[in-house]
Design a protein around this ligand. Structure first.
Ligand SMILES: Cc1ncc(COP(=O)(O)O)c(C=O)c1O
Length: 445
């Protein structure tokens, strides 16, 4: 029996961050935390990497920011080459912004401007999915199936269609993965027909859902089937790889695994590794040419678009990722990360599903393994896990409401790509201890 009376640890003020070193973060009291989630799946090289810091220092001595209407820059050109060489063909244009939300806003606007340029001026509607997160600005939020973050703003969010989540653990229909993906692709087609293909600009999705679904990869074949439907109806595919991209899943593009090419792709977190804020939207030559032919240039951007220091910092991060073969490491060590997590928490009856792609893992917690029934949301399990793991000296990323906006608790583990084997052991070990304490707090141990 769960005991709601014992459900929460008194909220404590946030610790003050002092400094970081590799996979570790220290607070002002001297307490050390291992960064098991790279914050919110951002710090792909860990903290205070000497070479990235040196690249930032050198750039600052030259210039922090050359305004985009006046100058381009070597760092921007270098970063573009690094992205294009790792992402492969299909991303002839890249626009740099300062966050994932701005990247998504830009992606939506580029899709609209492409259709406008083609003369398809009614194509203004977007199709997204339930349990998705694309950002906190109003446009990005409008296409996010994330009830908790939309609530107070609903009236101002433009209309958007939301399809079923591609979730093999909690499938929309019973059957095989192939039947599920057929169903989901048919659902997209029906929605396009319902809205009218001539009105639909783009389908936006996270190839691996992040916070909204608790690290949720789509079943194999899903992206290819969705791609085929988009192509059939002239609907652009926007892959939001802000969280799952830039190597996190073991390939530079998460969708590369499925050999699916979106028309537009957003990237952010692991691109710059958190050293200087940076996001980007990469899109095809076909889109760029249409826009340039109609309007001369893409009609979006901000004061800090293509910020020189941010590009220099991200280029340093990406150079290290390439030089140290870190994506190969993420790929080859993924199975070992899974084994570590299975060994530390797999036997707990509350662990319903353990999913891993590269260095991106989700541990879904359930009240009943057989029925997959979630814990009572009033227990606030994710919050308790956060507090208990922090006490144990582990930073992880517990999320809640992952099933329907209310129910569902998942702990995300997304370590730096260069975390050592011993550090990965420590992450798994501390997760095991923190999770057991949290489950004991709610009477489920
Ligand atoms: C998939 C996805 N898209 C967009 C965003 C928004 O990025 P930002 O918080 O940098 O604005 C996030 C943030 O978590 C994300 O996970």
């Amino acid at each position: 029996m769960l005991n709601k009376a014992r459900r929460s640890i008194a909220p404590t003020p946030l610790p003050k961050v002092s400094h970081g070193a590799g996979s570790y973060v220290f607070d002002s009291s001297g307490k050390r935390y291992i960064d098991g989630s790279g914050g919110p799946a951002v710090y792909c090289l860990g903290h205070a990497h000497a070479e990235v810091n040196e690249a930032i220092r050198q750039q600052l001595e030259l210039i922090a920011h050359g305004y985009r209407y006046t100058f381009t820059s070597d760092p921007l050109i270098r970063l573009t080459e690094l992205i294009q060489s790792q992402a492969g063909p299909g991303f002839e244009q890249i626009l740099y912004v300062s966050s994932g939300s701005e990247a998504v806003e830009s992606a939506l606007k580029i899709a609209l401007q492409f259709h406008w340029g083609k003369g398809d001026r009614k194509r203004t509607r977007f199709i997204s999915r339930q349990r998705s997160y694309h950002g906190n600005t109003l446009g990005a939020l409008a296409v996010s199936g994330f009830a908790q973050r939309r609530k107070q703003f609903e009236g101002s969010l433009f209309p958007c269609s939301f399809l079923s989540t591609a979730n093999e653990y909690r499938p929309a229909i019973a059957g095989t993965a192939a039947q599920l993906t057929d169903y989901l692709a048919a659902e997209l087609e029906q929605e396009i027909l319902k809205v009218g293909a001539e009105n639909v600009a783009a389908f936006i999705f996270e190839p691996v859902v992040g916070a909204a679904g608790g690290m949720l990869p789509a079943p194999a074949g899903y992206a290819a089937k969705m791609r085929a439907v988009c192509t059939r109806y002239g609907v652009l595919m926007i892959a939001d790889e802000v969280m799952c991209g830039a190597g996190r899943c073991g390939s530079w593009r998460a969708l590369a695994e499925e050999q699916v090419l979106p028309d537009i792709m957003t990237i952010a977190k692991g691109l710059g590794g958190g050293y200087v804020p940076l996001g980007a939207v990469a899109y095809s030559g076909r889109i760029a040419e249409t826009i340039v032919a109609a309007d001369g240039a893409v009609n979006t951007g901000h004061t800090f678009t293509g910020h020189t220091l941010a590009c220099a910092s991200a280029a340093a991060v990406q150079q290290i990722v390439v030089r140290d073969r870190l994506i190969e490491r993420v790929r080859s060590e993924s199975a070992a990360l899974r084994q570590r997590l299975v060994a530390s928490v797999g036997e707990l009856p509350a662990v319903g599903d353990l999913r891993v792609r590269g260095f991106f893992a989700g541990v879904e917690l359930v009240a009943d393994r057989d029925s997959r029934h979630p814990f009572d949301p009033d227990l606030k399990l994710a919050e308790i896990v956060r507090a208990r793991t922090l006490q144990e000296g582990l930073i992880c990323y517990p999320v809640s409401g992952t099933i329907d906006g209310v129910n569902g608790d998942v702990v995300i583990i997304s370590p730096p790509y260069n975390a050592s084997d011993a550090e990965l052991d420590e992450i798994a070990d501390k997760l095991g201890r923190g999770l057991r304490l949290a489950l004991a707090d709610i009477g489920a141990a």
